[in-house]
Design a protein around this ligand. Sequence first.
Ligand SMILES: Nc1ncnc2c1ncn2[C@@H]1O[C@H](COP(=O)(O)OP(=O)(O)O)[C@@H](O)[C@H]1O
Ligand SMILES: [Mg+2]
Length: 259
Amino acid sequence: MAQRIDVKDLNIYYGDFKAVADVQMEIEPRSVTAFIGPSGCGKSTYLRTLNRMHEVIPGARVEGTVEMDGVDLYADSIDPVAVRRQVGMVFQRPNPFPTMSIAENVLAGVRLNNRRISKGDAQDLVEQSLRGANLWNEVKDRLARPGSGLSGGQQQRLCIARAIAVKPQVLLMDEPCSALDPISTLAIEDLISELKSDYTIVIVTHNMQQAARVSDRTAFFNLAGTGQPGRLVEIDDTATIFSSPRERATEDYISGRFG
Ligand SMILES: Nc1ncnc2c1ncn2[C@@H]1O[C@H](COP(=O)(O)OP(=O)(O)O)[C@@H](O)[C@H]1O
Ligand SMILES: [Mg+2]
């Protein structure tokens, strides 16, 4: 299921403002890549170009290519809705649909895609997705209760269950633990490590320890000053980035000297 991502010469704009410049990046399937860097350097913006969510903002556009297994997501023949199905996204704040039951939350993406499924298949998919998100044992006796009744960490795992229920090839996570307590954070990190065997995962994080714990590769982004575009400074094996990065700016950032 997992796919290789190949980004070439990517420039990302909000109207006239170039938010991110000249990104080149290859991401291997079945790996976790962490994006780190100071606030405002374009991590979220770049992440959203990987599933064509960026362009939903009026005036927002990209130049360059984003290939998944060799197919350019920005080619004219590509349907952005299909891309968003193939590339799931989990956000900073858990956002289950509050009035929907736990089970219906898991199925929400599948229903949006107009996929008709039998009751039995739906039940199987709910169980399989909740098991995949390490949440099944905690909620199996209350699937008909509202998703909003869960703790923050459980809600985030419910959102991950919803994302994987549509069987995406890639999972993008934008600071998925920033609203969670340390125990829930560890549960999500364990889950990411498990999901890696099936998906290509990209995670934005402000937490250096988290990047070091969960990711295989780390990409450091930075910006030269306000009004300047963010740039990818370097990407390498996570162990290398945290022990002997090539660039001085990376070392300064990971050692807490700025950002
Ligand atoms: N919807 C938007 N419209 C215009 N500019 C935006 C929008 N979202 C983000 N930006 C700008 O793009 C730049 C990168 O922001 P963002 O991707 O949120 O950075 P990060 O996630 O690294 O903190 C910032 O200068 C920010 O102000
Ligand atoms: Mg962000």
